[in-house]
Design a binder for this molecule. Structure first.
Ligand SMILES: O=C(O)CCC(=O)C(=O)O
Length: 249
């Protein structure tokens, strides 16, 4: 479970580095599965450059939960769900229609432009970045603007176009780079502004991006096909009708 001070940090800064890392054998299986997906050029893929179906041009593999069971195994590992339970409560879902992808980020991969995933009034999603390879400043680690999930003003969620200058942004000056170890897990409030620089190393920088949320206390319809319950139960904890009257003893 996440410690109280870590929860305070997460709520204030908007992100949290899970202390433990995923076991080595799991990370090896994640990489082996990803090697196969890249070798087969299995779609859906986002390419670095349009029009060149080559392995070294694979930027992102989409819809990963339907590609190999190892990806959901990693996304639901107890070190992640234990930390999330402290943030989201006991009933946790993974979304299949948000994120659900691997950033392959080959050598030379262009930046991920500055963006916030959700509007600041919609604090429901926690993004999990799960690292198959070490992420460093050189290979374009993610950068997050601490506290930006709590901005009191409205500004565009996606201020940059895909190939804008990464450094020509207020977000660049406000953000912190967050290097991560192989097998590491970074959780952040998806309302935070974030982006990542060019991969200037000779190798890829693989990580998997997962969207988590609490099962909504007021969700009456329980069979949403885009949500996978990964811990707890789909209970209705709103106001039931008719309201059960407590029995007087
Ligand atoms: O891993 C990164 O560099 C950026 C992650 C991200 O924004 C995403 O996967 O949507």
């Amino acid at each position: 479970m996440i410690a109280e001070e870590d929860l305070w940090y997460f709520k204030t800064a908007g992100f949290y580095k899970v202390r433990e890392t995923l076991p080595d054998d799991l990370v090896e299986r994640l990489n082996a599965a990803t090697d196969r997906q890249i070798a087969d050029l299995r779609e859906p893929i986002v390419w670095e450059e349009k029009g060149a179906r080559r392995q070294e041009n694979v930027r992102r593999l989409s819809k990963i939960f339907s590609r190999d069971a190892v990806y959901l195994e990693a996304a639901t590992h107890p070190i992640i769900l234990d930390a999330l339970e402290g943030i989201l409560g006991p009933n946790i879902e993974v979304l299949t229609n948000k994120h659900n992808h691997i950033m392959v980020r080959p050598s030379g991969s262009y930046p991920v432009p500055w963006h916030a995933g959700e509007e600041p009034y919609d604090h429901t999603l926690i993004t999990g970045l799960i690292y198959f390879e070490e992420s460093t400043v050189e290979n374009g680690c993610v950068r997050i603007v601490p506290g930006s999930h709590n901005r009191p003003f409205v500004n565009p969620r996606r201020p940059q176009a895909q190939r804008d200058d990464f450094y020509d942004s207020d977000h660049y000056y406000r953000a912190l780079p967050i290097p991560m170890p192989r097998g590491g897990v970074l959780l952040f409030n998806d309302c935070c502004y974030h982006g990542s620089d060019t991969n200037c190393s000779a190798h890829s920088r693989r990580s998997m991006t997962v969207a988590y949320r609490a099962h909504d206390a007021h969700d009456v319809i329980k069979d949403d096909p885009e949500k996978i319950l990964v811990r707890g139960e789909k209970v209705y904890t709103g106001h039931p009708h008719p309201y059960p009257i407590p029995v007087r003893k």
